[in-house]
Design a protein around this ligand. Structure first.
Ligand code: PLP
Length: 368
């Protein structure tokens, strides 16, 4: 319900990419060079990404889903293997496991407000090859250290889906560098974007060599028709990477603006809703501002009538129609179910004005 006539007929989208003239000019340079496939700009982009992340090796991927696929594939995970995945995450985390022919095993999350995997609920068996955690919404999994230790002690691999956590670091270590392999996405709504794009990082040179073969038709570099390995085409274009370089140049600004945006939401909404649990040792770059309230889906409907595009948190994986074949017991996923029932992603993008944040916040409070 609206409380001010002057605000009628508004539309506040969930997300808008932050694109400026400088992004366009960067792409224009590639056009002028007439080299639009993967070339020198991709190399430049990759080196800059690795320097932010602090990883010695990495390979660009066509998108975050294929980055996950590459991670699993180079770790020789395939048919007959099981990979533990938290029940609350974007479907791509689990789909990548399907893509290599392995089985995702869903595990409940720590609390309705913290989508980190609940370590106490993991059951390992001889087929378990890896635990794949997803750092969601621009914060690190609150138990990242514990998960790493658990994997080491139990001799299973740790893979990190850091699609939503580029730039998220505790000052010493960046999300995505705790596991044997970590992946990132540069989809349109990510902290920095190339439209579509991804990255796989590792500290293991041999794994990186396997990644290089896999992503480029089974050869290390283009220009030869001798292919020592089976590989595919998971490359990015210099057009995309030019956008990436320009976006990277604005990373500090993006982080600052997102922090300001979060602070304003928090000031308006603290006390009215529960906020996502953050890892206090890491910086937070809100991919979305996530809040929790009873009857979130009704609340979102009411906000929609005010022209506000909110989104739910991820539908639990164990409930996904595409995974009905696994016949999971719903009673084992109390927290993931509540997270979905109570979670709301508020509009989060650079350019959202203070007045718009207040409008969204007032709409939310009034809907509750
Ligand atoms: C947690 C997570 N994993 C994986 C992906 C897949 O990335 P992409 O869309 O680039 O394939 C996404 C994308 O939104 C994501 O949020």
């Amino acid at each position: 319900m609206l409380w001010s006539k002057s605000l009628a007929n508004r539309h506040i989208p969930q997300f808008r990419s932050y694109l400026e003239k400088s992004d366009y000019q960067s792409i224009e340079r590639v056009f002028n060079n007439r080299y639009i496939a993967e070339g020198p700009v991709a190399g430049e982009f990759k080196e800059q990404l690795l320097s932010v992340i602090g990883s010695p090796y990495g390979s660009l991927a066509a998108n975050g889903t294929l980055a996950l696929y590459m991670a699993l594939k180079v770790l020789n995970i395939g048919p007959g293997d099981e990979v533990i995945v938290q029940d609350t995450t974007f479907i791509a985390t689990a789909n990548a496991v399907e893509m290599v022919g392995a089985q995702p095993i869903f595990v409940d999350i720590v609390s309705p407000f913290d989508p980190s995997i609940d370590l106490t609920k993991i059951k390992l068996n001889k087929n378990t090859k890896a635990v794949m955690i997803a750092h969601l919404f621009g914060t690190a999994c609150t138990n990242t250290d514990e998960v790493k230790l658990f994997c080491e002690e139990n001799n299973v691999l740790l893979i990190e889906d850091a699609a939503q956590a580029f730039g998220v670091t505790n000052g010493k270590q960046h999300c995505g560098t705790y596991g044997t392999v970590g992946t990132f996405s540069f989809f349109a709504d990510k902290t920095i974007t190339t439209g579509e794009g991804g990255l796989v990082v590792t500290a293991d040179e041999e794994i990186n060599t396997r990644l290089m073969y896999l992503r480029n038709q089974g050869r290390i570099a283009s220009g030869t028709f001798v292919h020592p390995e089976i590989g595919f085409n998971f490359r990015m274009t210099d057009i995309q990477c030019a956008l990436g370089v320009a976006q990277l140049g604005k990373l500090e600004f993006i982080m600052q603006k997102k922090a300001e945006l979060f602070a304003r939401y928090e000031k308006r909404l603290r006390g009215h809703v529960e906020f996502l649990t953050l890892h206090q040792d890491f910086n937070h770059i809100p991919f979305r501002v996530v809040v929790f309230t009873e009857n979130a889906h009704e609340v979102m409907e009411k906000m929609k009538a005010d022209g506000i595009e909110s989104r739910s948190v991820f539908y639990p994986l164990h409930k996904q129609p595409c995974f009905s074949k696994y016949q999971c017991n719903d009673a084992n996923f109390e927290n993931a179910n509540k997270c979905y029932e109570m979670g709301i992603c508020l509009p989060t993008w650079i350019g959202l004005t203070d007045e718009e944040i207040d409008y969204v916040s007032n709409s939310l409070i009034s809907a509750i």
